[in-house]
Design a binder for this molecule. Structure first.
Ligand SMILES: [Zn+2]
Length: 328
């Protein structure tokens, strides 16, 4: 039986239970927090701790026992904060490595390690987080986050994807790839990762739930990859509505795809990127909470006739399958 490393230590993969496969406990910009804490924490770090503990506990109270935190380099990981809140809530938090950028590379990487070679410094960074731990936290990352957005597959983006692919092959860690589904990026993304030897059953094509294009979605899963229906509650203008997402899921479950679908909100329990309570214009913060799937989406799926066994696949066995090959 394989075990994986969580913030609180090793857990058997078969014990992970109901899992939200893409959330963010905290995005904290290090230099901002260090020099302008009155702005970064809205003057009250302890208040942020209490708020995040409360949100995690609300998730746990719904029977969710595991969260895959997809926060990577450039998102602003804060392991001290994550460990502090996890001491107070009985929930498994699985952490990530990787880098959240669509094209821009940090200057040390761009200038000091400019070339994409076999031993790319990005691969070394990812492997360090996966095999040694994130900084001095003692917590190993168990998943790799990458991102392709409207800029598409630039040279830097492809370099990152290749580095993530090599780190995945070496460790068995899954990859969660942010995508912009309106641009139908999954085929090229999966081609790039396949060339590195990545097992596509360990790749989540994230944010796929933003589209209702069933042919596009089926093609992702027919190649063996996982569809991330991971933005429930975050309904930006121009993307699928909640009811459209529920319809898509009901259709795909009826077609037998439930074992290749994972669910989440892509929620930010705390972020210094936006004012509290503000996400963006025309976006409702009422639905974008990490309990929305439990409270609203699962009941809607049941109303649409989705079988309990399919809900179990999307919430338990599909997310657990991502970690079945990890060497921890
Ligand atoms: Zn995310």
């Amino acid at each position: 039986m394989s075990t994986i490393e969580t913030v609180r230590g090793p857990v058997n993969v078969t014990d992970l239970g109901p899992t939200l496969a893409h959330e963010h406990v905290i995005l904290s910009t290090a230099e901002f927090a260090k020099f302008y804490p009155e702005l970064s924490w809205n003057g009250d770090r302890q208040g942020v701790v209490e708020s995040v503990v409360e949100q995690l506990q609300a998730v746990r109270d719904r029977g969710i026992t595991t969260i895959l935190d997809c926060t990577a380099y450039f998102h602003g990981r804060d392991m001290d904060f994550v460990q502090e809140v996890n001491e107070r809530v009985d929930i498994n938090l699985i952490m990530s490595t990787g880098i959240y950028t669509y094209d821009f590379l940090p200057y040390p990487i761009a200038y000091r390690f400019p070339t994409s070679v076999e031993d790319d410094v990005l691969t070394k960074m990812f492997l360090r987080d996966l095999t040694v731990g994130i900084g001095d936290s003692g917590v190993k990352a168990q998943s790799i986050k990458v991102a392709t957005d409207t800029a598409g597959f630039t040279d830097n983006n492809k370099r990152i994807l290749r580095a993530a692919g090599r780190a995945s092959v070496e460790t068995g860690a899954p990859i969660t790839a942010h995508t912009h589904p309106a641009d139908h990026q999954a085929p090229e993304l999966l081609d790039i990762l396949t060339k590195q030897g990545v097992d596509l059953s360990k790749v989540v094509v994230a944010h796929s739930g933003d589209t209702t294009d069933l042919d596009y979605l089926r093609a992702i899963m027919d190649r063996g990859a996982i569809m991330g229906n991971d933005r429930f509650g975050l309904y930006m203008p121009g993307v699928a509505t909640e009811d459209e997402r529920v319809d898509v899921l009901a259709t795909l479950c009826a077609d037998g795809y439930a074992d290749r679908i994972v669910l989440a909100h892509d929620s930010l329990l705390y972020s210094d990127w936006t004012e509290p309570g503000f996400v963006g214009q025309d976006i409702s913060v009422d639905t974008w909470v990490p309990t929305h799937i439990s409270d609203v989406v699962l009941p809607k799926l049941r109303d649409r006739g989705v079988a309990e066994s399919d809900i179990e696949k999307m919430m338990v066995s599909a997310p657990a399958s991502l970690f079945s090959s990890i060497a921890s």
